[in-house]
Design a protein around this ligand. Sequence first.
Ligand code: NAD
Ligand code: DAU
Length: 338
Amino acid sequence: MKLLVTGGAGFIGTNFIIYWLSHHPEDTVVNFDKLTYAGNLNNLTSVEKNPQYRFVQGDICDAKAVGAVMDGIDIVVHFAAESHVDRSILEAAPFVMTNVVGTQVLLDAALKAKVRRFHHVSTDEVFGSLELGTPDTFSERTLYNPRSPYSASKAGSDHLVRAYYHTFGLPVTITNCSNNYGPYQFPEKLIPLVITNLVEGKKVPVYGDGLNVRDWLYVEDHCRAIDAVLSDGKVGETYCVGGTTEDINNITIVKKIISLMGKDESSIEFVKDRLGHDRRYAVDWSKIKNDLGWKPQHDFDTWLTRTVEWYRANEPWWRDVKSGAYQTYYTTQYQGTV
Ligand code: NAD
Ligand code: DAU
């Protein structure tokens, strides 16, 4: 089978390509990526010489380039997106362009090429925010209530994907996944930001009171979930994917990382809260468990430790990423507070 992976040079796309080529060595993978600030071909040196892998640089908003790369594709796995909530608050336009318009361009091309499956990788953030201290969870039945420009643009893309299924019969599936962590995550996101700042001897910024809760999943488990949906998922269906079953708040995670790294809690700096900061996410993943037999295999404490080890062992990777334009973003975002 021939897969087109969009956004394969980003965090989850990279992990997915490495996972797929090792679990499905007979398949070919075309990685179509614009290489924005978040895309990094250094992530993929382990597969770049594999004859089953090919990289094509391009923008999912460019209909001509997308039409060309779609030729002969059986399965599209669509990761490409602007993915960072804080950046969407600084500037929403690239989010609407890539996440909404780019997805529509891809859908048109996939329809024309008569692909066998269009799998859309989405987020639990489309469902909005839950109250702290409640047992409430997001599921496939939860109404959409996105609250940031990022999540609103992802919600728009989900609606378009479903519209192409209902209107044109495009064979789609969607996963709405919770927060991923693991190797190759861009150090603008909480976990790699905390680890790398601590190595650099810098403070770590915690928004607001630090009590916001996310539902954490090791990235390989997300890749396995997409694999399960591609193999056995029902066309037209959505599957919620999540990890941690108990609530764990940001300050607890930051303290765990500080302890793993032998640092001091004086490194914590409480900074101005994120605008519209969603309070709590929790995903009910019983549908994908009951229908497809998927469940997370990586527990948080063990794999957080391994993630810390990965960043320690791959300092040149993140030091390179944190240079240049990253510094401009960091200064704008944190206003010299950390
Ligand atoms: P990322 O920001 O690390 O990577 C995004 C990739 O998309 C980069 O390689 C970038 O170059 C590429 N890209 C951006 N705009 C493009 C365009 N116009 N054309 C082609 N390529 C483009 O993101 P990630 O964290 O790996 O997330 C991947 C997907 O998974 C996104 O759709 C995101 O919404 C979704 N998701 C992420 C998480 C998470 O915790 N990171 C959780 C659930 C869902
Ligand atoms: O839930 C899935 C989503 O998870 C994905 O769709 C997004 O692409 C991904 O970026 C992630 O979004 P979050 O906003 O939850 O992740 P982030 O790592 O940016 O923040 C996690 C929590 O940590 C959140 O409550 C905000 C907080 N935070 C984040 C940063 C960057 C801080 O307290 N300080 C920080 O400096």
